[in-house]
Design a protein around this ligand. Structure first.
Ligand code: SF4
Ligand code: SF4
Length: 356
């Protein structure tokens, strides 16, 4: 057994020892927002993420993820701190979202969750544990909110009132019945009348508490594998992987709002704040692999990344004289052996006028 502590406290202490900024427990009952999720899928707002529709049934029943599941333990790592400098636009450089600037969070979180689960299997024989970090059909945000990590905000990310929203989530299911510790918080929605994220989103992807993925730059740059609609390309700016705008403008992420005594986890120290557009346009499979070896962005395919770089290059060309970038785009656009989606983006980038 777990010494003097009850099982939930023992597990949460282990999460703390593993350096997670937040951890909490909740029941493994079906998600309460399944109807809204179904409507969102039926409206096609998941775009090319067919797996979300295919696994809808499992997302509504954690027992399909772990038979006999009774509880969920949710954890969060911070990947940015109050001292994080504001982003600046650098001509010829494509921006990537903050969560992807350090080591791959999947690896960083999974390893520590497996350590906790392995130890728990010894201490609680006969019980089952299954860890997940985007690796199982679990609505992680809903369970995070249920486990007291924060509230699901209008931009649909989880915000903790002390730590903001610069955090990545993971967790594990267990067959154990864990009681919520009495001191575990439960947060109300603190968005109030604020609409900053909705107003700032360049593609109008946000309606309160829902994001149309097919309009979201994060989806378009990372998940969407086809050519991108020209109207959306015109709004994408210098992002080549992800987008942080709705988090950057959120008052809960302002430096003043951050707790001073919380550091981001060491795994997320910046290794790459941006990527050179000319370099990306010249990538082959090996160069792409080398550039993204330890990054969560290694799942973005070569053609997608070069398409994204061509779009960002179009925005850069509009604002700056970058002759090398222009020549590279012209070379891609005229090369029939280039993939269609990269050529289409290059053609758009070279057009006279495309900003809104
Ligand atoms: S990530 Fe960017 S594009 Fe997506 S909802 Fe937020 S602001 Fe809009
Ligand atoms: S910007 Fe405002 S509305 Fe959007 S998530 Fe933050 S507090 Fe909520």
């Amino acid at each position: 057994m777990a010494g003097d502590s009850d099982p939930a406290t023992w597990i949460l202490d282990k999460c703390k020892a593993q350096g997670f900024a937040l951890a909490g427990v909740c029941d493994a009952d079906p998600p309460r927002w399944g109807t809204e999720f179904r409507q969102w899928l039926d409206a096609g707002k998941h775009g090319e993420m067919a797996y979300l529709d295919e696994h809808f049934g499992a997302t509504q029943d954690p027992n399909q993820v772990l038979e006999g599941a009774q509880s969920v333990v949710m954890v969060a790592d911070l990947y940015a701190t109050r001292d994080e400098p504001a982003d600046t636009v650098v001509p010829g450089v494509g921006r990537i979202a903050r969560y992807a600037r350090g080591h791959d969070y999947h690896m960083a979180i999974k390893k520590r969750l497996h350590t906790i689960c392995d130890e728990a299997r010894v201490i609680f024989p006969g019980e089952e544990f299954r860890a997940f970090v985007d690796t199982a059909p679990m609505n992680e945000r809903e369970f995070a909110a249920r486990a007291g990590l924060g509230w699901i905000a209008k931009h649909t990310l989880v915000i903790n009132p002390t730590l903001g929203s610069w955090m990545v989530l993971g967790g594990f299911l267990t067959t154990m019945k864990l009681d919520k510790p009495t001191h575990q918080p439960s947060y109300e929605d603190h968005c109030g009348t604020c609409t900053r994220c909705i107003d700032a989103c360049p593609t109008d992807a946000i309606t309160p508490y829902s994001v149309d993925a097919t309009r979201c730059i994060s989806y378009l740059t990372i998940e969407h594998r086809s050519p991108i609609d020209e109207q959306l390309m015109a709004q994408m700016g210098d992002w080549v992987a992800g987008c942080d705008i709705c988090q950057e403008v959120c008052p809960h992420n302002s430096p003043k709002a951050f707790a001073e005594d919380h550091e981001s986890h060491a795994s997320y120290g910046t290794k790459r704040a941006g990527l050179d557009l000319l370099a990306i346009l010249g990538w082959d499979t090996d160069k792409r692999r080398e550039a993204l070896a330890t990054s969560a962005l290694k799942r973005v395919k070569l053609d997608q990344f070069r398409r994204n770089a061509a779009i960002a290059a179009g925005h850069a060309l509009h604002k700056n004289e970058l002759p090398e970038l222009r020549s590279k785009l012209e070379q891609i656009e005229s090369d029939e052996s280039e993939p269609g989606l990269v050529r289409q983006a290059a053609r758009w980038a070279l057009a006279d006028r495309h900003d809104p």
